[in-house]
Design a protein around this ligand. Structure first.
Ligand code: OAD
Length: 233
């Protein structure tokens, strides 16, 4: 492990599951409770903005009541102590990595605690509701929407992510089903660029095949163990 300097970590809903946030595709997950087309597409928002705003308002409220778990804390420790490059790319829209203390975090699917103005395209930190159509603090238009990347929209900061993948010696995927692209393709990109690849997930999925190594278990166990070993050299 001593030849590892540059690391990219990809996280998904599974890392926040033990904090009490529903995943998307597990039994009882969000996509069993709601139709993706209704609440996670620009077309769904155009059709019924009230429904979509209420859905994200409820999730924004809920996320402020939960706490980071041992997996978020272990990644924050890695962030504080790792001297090489590290980029934690999260598909999650919660802020649990940051609340655990991690700094090198990139939210490729946006953030619940942010609002995006459809009129001026500014992004504003936001902890309140959007259902009641507050004015954009920048331009004054009542055009704020959840700052969440919906299906059919471009994830944030793809160039920065691919630059980090190209330089990575190690790519680690944590708590994601590998069902949604482009994130699901990062393991293949990282391999092609020469990185070692490791999956930490509750179960083996379709994408596990692409990893050099796949470990199964709870993120709150697997991630602290992996970080402790890595930092021990
Ligand atoms: P999924 O719900 O698709 O997958 C969650 C994964 O976490 C599954 O493979 C579970 O087995 C695993 N898991 C559950 N609990 C776990 C635990 N305690 N420890 C470790 N692993 C656990 O969620 P994502 O892969 O994050 O996109 O979904 C990707 C994207 O699909 C989301 O960002 C969202 C969604 O549609 C958008 O909204 C654009």
């Amino acid at each position: 492990m001593t030849d590892i300097r540059n690391i990219v970590v990809l996280t998904g809903a599974g890392i926040s599951a033990e904090s009490g946030i529903d995943t998307f595709r597990d039994a009882g997950g969000l996509w069993e409770q709601h139709r993706v087309e209704d609440v996670a597409t620009p077309e769904g928002f155009a059709r019924d903005p009230d429904l979509v705003q209420r859905f994200y308002d409820a999730r924004r409220e809920a996320v402020q009541k939960v706490k980071p778990n041992a997996a978020h804390e272990a990644l924050a420790r890695l962030d504080a102590e790792w001297e090489g490059d590290l980029l934690i790319v999260t598909q999650n829209v919660d802020d649990l990595h940051e609340r655990a203390g991690a700094k090198r975090v990139l939210h490729m699917h946006g953030e619940l605690l942010s609002a995006l103005c459809s009129a001026c395209e500014a992004r504003h930190s936001w902890s309140d509701t959007l259902f009641d159509q507050p004015a954009c603090p920048g331009c004054g238009e009542q055009a704020l929407r959840p700052d969440v990347v919906w299906f059919g929209e471009m994830p944030y900061e793809m160039e920065r992510i691919y630059t980090a993948l190209r330089r990575a010696d190690l790519f680690v995927s944590i708590g994601t089903s590998g069902a949604v692209y482009p994130a699901a393709g990062f393991v293949r990109d990282a391999r092609e660029y020469g990185a070692r690849t490791l999956e930490l997930n509750l179960e083996r999925g379709e994408g596990s095949y692409w990893f050099d190594e796949s470990r199964q278990g709870l993120a709150s166990h697997l991630v602290p163990d992996w970080v402790a070993n890595l930092l021990a050299g």
